[in-house]
Structures are given as C-alpha cells and as structure tokens.
Design a protein around this ligand. Structure first.
Ligand code: TRP
Ligand code: SF4
Length: 436
C-alpha cells in the first residue's frame, strides 16, 4: 500500500493503515470531546501523548494545520477546522497555513488566484464556523520567510533519492513539487520558533492522506535535534549528534540531570554517549523535556517532535473515491445553493436496498452510505439521535427518500446560518489574517 497525498485515493481499511504505517490507535479521553473524536472518525495518531499531557495538565500547546485553497471549501475541509476550533476551546495556540506554495506547485494556481479563493471562501468560513481571533492566526506559506527558511534548512537533511522513495517522484517531477512537502515541514515546525509559540507540544490534525508529510516532518525534527534517546539493556542512553563540543555538552546534560535527581550517570565521551543505569522509564518524558531545554540553551531549536492525528476522509457523493475540490459533483461546498444541495444529495450513492421492498425486508447499510456520512460527520450532534438514524436504517424502517430529504433540510439550514455568519465575518478578517 502506498499513500499519495496528491491523489484522490480513498482509504477504507484503517486497521491495515495503522498496521502498515505504524499509526497508533487514537483512544485518548479528551475533555468534552467534539463529535469527530467521539465517533472514531479521528482514528489514529502519531505522538499525541505529549499534546495529551499538555491538555490534561493545562499547559500550553499549539495546533497547526494547512489547507490548499484550490477550489471551493467543502464539508471535507470543514472537518479539519472543526477540530482546530475544538482545540482552541482547550486553550491551544492556533496556526492555519494557506498552502499557496503547494497550490502553485501541484495545482498550477497563481498566487493571485489562491489569495482570492482563500479570502472569499476559506477565511470567512473559518470564522463563521467559530474560530476565535484570540491566539490564532492565518498566514500564507509564500509570505512567511520563517517557514521557507526552515524548508531550506530541512532540504539540507534529505536528498532526491529519499524524496523519490517517499513520494514516488519521477525524474520529470518539478522541483517546486518536490519542495512543497519541505515547506509543509516548515509550516509544522515554525510555530515552535521563539517568534511564535516557542518550543511547545504541537498537534497537526490532518486527513490520513497527509501521513507521508507528517512522517517527513517528524524525521526532520529528529535530524536537526542534538540528542537521541534510546532505551538500552540496563537503562537509558542519551547520544549526542553534533560533532562539536561533545564533552562539554555531555557534562552539561549530566549536571542538569543530577539537578533533577537522576543518579547512576555514566559518560562515554568517545561514544558521544551518556548512560543512566537502572532507569525508571516512567521518567523518560521528563528527561526528554529537559534535553529540549538544554538544546535550546545551547543554540539548537529544541523542537518537540510534532504530533499528528488522522481523520477518515469523507467519500465522494458517488461513493467511489474521496471528496475532491477538483470534482464538484463529489462534494457539497459550504456555499452551495439550496437547489444544488438537493440535486447532489438526491443523486448520492446510498446503502439502501435496490427497491423499497428490498430495503424494508433486508434493511440498509449505513456504513456504505455517503448520505449517512454527512449525518455522522456533520449534521447530528446528538449521539442518541445518530444511533436512531443508524438503527432504523439497518432495520429497514427508515427509507432513503425520507432520509435524504431530512439530510437536505439539515444541510440547507446549516448553510443558511453559515452564510449569515460569513457576512458578519467580513468585518473581522483583519483580526485573523497575517501578511507576514
Ligand atoms: N498538504 C495539505 C493539503 O494538501 C496542506 C498543508 C500545507 C498542510 N501545509 C500544511 C496540512 C501543514 C497540515 C499541516 O491540503
Ligand atoms: Fe443511507 Fe439513510 Fe438510506 Fe440508510 S436510509 S442507506 S442512511 S440514505
């Protein structure tokens, strides 16, 4: 199995994705979880533990995500913003990238075009959906030098062959396309620079298609860090990566660890290593945190390894692939006209029987129904009512015609309200959008 972030590939077998790519199952008990969390739509993560600790200990954390405004903003994009807004309610610093460099490189969009789409469609919807201006910012990849500078620094830590291996790039692939995941790593890590939030646990909520980019960003984080920490036979090993000042650095680490009560420390300078014997592994995250502080003091970045969560992607309305901005029939946009909503939902693929009689007799299959996806992901907050929709569909007492009608009403009501909120949001843009 191969993940291509720029295709419209749909993923169904989430267990296999977890198994093959080492994504961990998401089962953190978050406070007052948003419905995407309650319903296992967010099914996996990498490294969310640091963020979870920050949340439960009421410490600062950051959320960064990016959207490529290459067409209409639709219900698939809304999922990402819903999560961002939930994290904002928990006190996170919020960063949303306008992936205009990526849109230029991979979709052939001019910067002018992207800017227009972003302002008219995306930003107003972020605000209308409930994003608050406090501790949040929307920025453009192309305008933020800190992001592109990091991308350049990361580019020194990889090579063409590795990029080909990850993404299947060909000899003909443009270098701008090759660069766009490096810029994405810049997005993800720049929030930890002092000018922004400083070193801080960071989570990147994304669709599963973005996993290759996440793995790359995490790999760069390791490559630029001063230390690597490994469990050894009888304790913990801390290894220094830079070649300069090794002895000094080892002594600094040793002194700092002693101060926080770590005993049985042994240095091996030729090996650029420090070992802690009889180590209590429950303290590993404390040590890792300390090392980041030391790295920072010593002139390094001190970046926390960025975490990511993965959500399932909504399918296209015909059920054959994922929703995609370049295929208007595949999605409902957040500015869709009521009549078009009706048309699109009426034509959508359901999990219903081929005739009413069959449906009544054998029941429907909500898990194969693209309309039911709207109920689960967006339209119904009340878990009990959702269960009722599910169970009556399965029992065959809920008929697709009525069920679609109900979905259309709910969507149109929601979109009408959103439209009004977008009007108000027009006055608010300055509070959110940064041009640097
Ligand atoms: N690659 C993402 C997309 O295709 C957009 C993106 C750019 C992004 N930078 C990011 C996503 C940083 C998450 C984090 O939509
Ligand atoms: Fe889908 Fe509703 Fe039909 Fe069930 S009854 S298959 S949920 S449209």
């Amino acid at each position: 199995m191969f993940i291509d972030p720029w295709s419209s590939q749909q993923f169904i077998d989430y267990k296999r994705l977890r198994r093959e790519f080492g994504i961990e199952e998401f089962n953190f008990k978050l406070p007052d979880p948003q419905k995407l969390f309650r319903r296992n739509i967010i099914f996996g993560h990498r490294g969310f533990d640091t963020v979870y600790d920050a949340i439960v200990n009421h410490e600062k954390f950051a959320v960064l995500t990016g959207l490529m405004p290459s067409g209409k903003m639709h219900f698939g994009h809304k999922m990402t913003i819903d999560q961002v807004i939930y994290y904002q309610s928990l006190g996170a610093d919020i960063y949303i990238a306008v992936a205009d460099l990526e849109a230029y490189a991979t979709r052939g969009k001019s910067f002018k075009e992207t800017l227009k789409i972003a302002e008219e469609e995306y930003f107003l919807n972020y605000i209308a959906l409930g994003l608050k201006p406090e501790h949040s910012q929307i920025y453009f990849q192309s305008l933020r030098k800190d992001v592109t500078d990091l991308a350049f620094i990361f580019s020194k830590r990889t090579n063409i062959s590795e990029m080909k291996g990850i993404y299947g790039f060909k000899d003909e692939t443009s270098l701008a396309h090759v660069e766009s995941p490096l810029v994405q790593s810049g997005d993800i890590l720049h929030v930890q620079l002092d000018k922004y939030s400083g070193p801080i646990p960071t989570v990147v909520p994304v669709g599963i298609d973005q996993d290759p980019h996440i793995r790359l960003a995490r790999e760069f984080t390791r490559r630029v860090s001063f230390f690597s920490v490994q469990q050894t036979d009888n304790g913990l090993g801390i290894f220094i990566k830079p070649d300069n000042n090794v002895a000094e650095l080892l002594n600094t680490v040793s002194d700092n660890l002693k101060k926080i009560g770590i005993k049985e420390i042994e240095l091996n300078i030729p090996y650029k290593a420090l070992y802690i014997k009889n180590f209590d592994f429950a303290k590993q995250s404390v040590i890792e945190k300390k090392l980041l502080e030391i790295e920072k003091q010593e002139g390094g970045y001190g970046f926390y390894l960025p975490a990511a969560t993965y959500h399932r992607l909504m399918s296209s309305l015909d059920g054959t692939r994922k929703m995609s901005s370049s295929v208007p029939e595949s999605y409902i946009s957040l500015s869709e006209e009521p009549a078009d909503v009706k048309k699109k939902i009426m034509n959508a693929k359901t999990g219903g029987g081929s005739t009413v009689e069959e449906h009544r007799k054998f029941g429907g299959k909500p898990e194969e129904c693209s309309v039911y996806e709207y109920y689960v992901y967006h339209l119904v907050d009340d878990d009990n009512y959702l269960k009722e929709v599910h169970d009556t569909c399965k029992a065959g007492t809920r008929l697709c015609g009525n069920c679609k009608k109900e979905a259309i009403e709910k969507i149109n009501l929601f979109l009408k309200d959103l439209k009004e909120k977008r009007e108000v949001a027009k006055e608010e843009l300055d509070k959110y959008v940064r041009f640097n």
